[in-house]
Write a protein that binds this ligand. Structure first.
Ligand SMILES: NC(=O)C1=CN([C@@H]2O[C@H](COP(=O)(O)OP(=O)(O)OC[C@H]3O[C@@H](n4cnc5c(N)ncnc54)[C@H](OP(=O)(O)O)[C@@H]3O)[C@@H](O)[C@H]2O)C=CC1
Ligand SMILES: O=C(O)CCC(=O)C(=O)O
Ligand SMILES: [Mg+2]
Length: 418
């Protein structure tokens, strides 16, 4: 297969999948990557260097990643033309090569293009946004006991107001829809109909079930004590409220969960360990204060798209910030790994920010590929590097006696510690 601008490495093979979605990973896989906008050009090369070092050290040359650059965002417009932000061939490659990693991409506020990050997730139906939140010893945190925060967020990635169904105030679309709502649907509570922009929030049973199913399965596979459905269902009854109800119903129907004290909480016995997994729910505003005050009570979190976006950054702050917050966007077959943070434009090109988020996203990618020895080396290197206090600005400014290093410098510290 030849592409317009993507150069397939001369060496290396594609990862393939079996009917049950398990992966066949060759020793020399081709891994597509998007560099990303803003600090993407800082963190992506550092991630590649650290991953290559971990793989070389873990497998002594018998395994090697062949990186293949693919394009999106500003770099794409320079190569493919001023309006081409997300080339078709990028989508094709992500789908075909099954495992990839991306840097952050800019989304303008208000007008301009819609989010390329969200578009990638929607076009590839990467319906799970998986974001682990864990503490590394020595990381400065605003909490007294940050080690008590240990959560894995399952954020629904394909629905909710991120579907982008909205019309600007004063547009024909907004007028038409508001008119329809007022005159045909009996809506009475649009306070300023003449000057309202309007958006639609689709949340489906299928979308909820596939997300909650993954979250419960994760809790089973990883022996986690609870899954919390986080929603604002008291206010948005038929979207967020239904998310909660469909989630509980799925736990009972597919996992044999039983009501506790008449419900709504349910519990199921983990078939692998015999221990109970509690399925509970929490309303988002209360949840956000409880994860600060009683983090030990939360383990696996299943939530909708917007809640998941907010919770990801808030929870990351508890364990040191979005500089080390990794993530993955996944369907049953395709996985695209990416940091939780964005393009941090004020730091772009300065070799300054923490590359940890992207390196830990790559660590998740290695684990997903079954290259656990290389993944373990990265975790062990983080565990040694941070207490040595040679860290990037985000940690250095909160640590006493730290020696601040650059983005690439922190990559080198990790490699020294492998
Ligand atoms: N998946 C994606 O590609 C995402 C893209 N975006 C996009 O990114 C752009 C910028 O968004 P913005 O709201 O500024 O959020 P960002 O996540 O880009 O940055 C917010 C702040 O987080 C801190 N931060 C971010 N990255 C790092 C890092 N690697 N190391 C240390 N600290 C870091 C910095 O804090 P401080 O100022 O304290 O140093 C930074 O100013 C927007 O266009 C947005 O749409 C946003 C999120 C995800
Ligand atoms: O797409 C964007 O620009 C922002 C997305 C985001 O904040 C996220 O996925 O966490
Ligand atoms: Mg976000």
């Amino acid at each position: 297969m030849s592409y317009q601008h993507i150069k397939v490495p001369a060496e290396g093979k594609k990862i393939s999948a079996n009917a049950d979605f398990s992966l066949n990973v060759p020793d020399n896989p081709i891994i597509p990557f998007i560099e990303g906008d803003g600090v993407g050009s800082d963190i992506t090369p550092v991630m590649i260097k650290v991953v290559d070092a971990a793989v070389a050290k873990a497998y002594g040359g018998s395994r090697k990643i062949n990186w293949m650059e693919i394009y999106a965002g500003e770099k794409s417009t320079k190569l493919y033309g001023p309006d081409v932000w997300l080339p078709e061939e990028t989508i094709d490659v992500v789908k075909e090569y099954l495992v990839s990693i991306k840097g952050p991409l800019t989304t303008p506020v208000g007008g301009g293009i819609r989010s390329l990050n969200v578009t990638l997730r929607q076009q590839l139906d990467l319906y799970v946004c998986l974001r682990p939140v864990r503490y590394f010893k020595g990381v400065p945190s605003p909490l007294r006991e940050p080690e008590k925060t240990d959560m894995v967020i399952f954020r629904e990635n394909s629905e909710d107001i991120y579907a982008g169904i909205e019309w600007e105030a004063g547009s024909d679309g907004a007028k038409k829809l508001i008119d329809f709502l007022l005159n045909e649907m009996g809506a009475r509570k649009i306070r300023f109909p003449e000057t309202s922009g309007i958006g639609i929030k689709p949340v489906s049973r299928e979308g909820t079930e596939r997300l909650v199913r993954k979250a419960i399965q994760y809790a089973i596979d990883n022996d986690k004590p609870s899954v919390t459905l986080v929603h604002k269902g008291n206010i948005m009854k038929f979207t967020e409220g239904s998310f909660r109800d469909w989630g509980y119903a799925l736990a009972q129907k597919e996992f044999g969960a039983e009501l506790i004290d008449g419900g709504p909480w349910v519990r199921l016995k983990n078939p692998k360990t015999g221990r109970y997994i509690m399925i509970k729910d929490s309303i988002t505003d209360a949840f956000l204060q409880q994860i600060l005050l009683r983090p030990v009570e939360y383990s696996v979190i299943a939530t909708l798209n917007l809640n998941g976006d907010y919770i990801s950054d808030a929870a990351a702050a508890q364990v040191g910030g979005i500089g080390i917050a990794p993530g993955a966007n996944m369907s049953d077959s395709v996985a695209m790994f990416e940091a939780t943070h964005g393009t941090a434009p004020k730091y772009a090109g300065k070799d300054y920010v923490n590359p940890g988020s992207m390196i830990l996203s790559a660590e998740m990618m290695l684990r997903h590929m079954g290259w656990v020895e290389a993944a373990d080396l990265i975790i062990a290197a983080m565990e040694k590097a941070i207490p040595s206090k040679r860290v990037t600005y985000d940690f250095a400014r909160l640590m006493e006696g730290a020696m601040q290093v650059s983005c690439s410098g922190f990559g080198d510290v990790l490699i020294e510690n492998m």
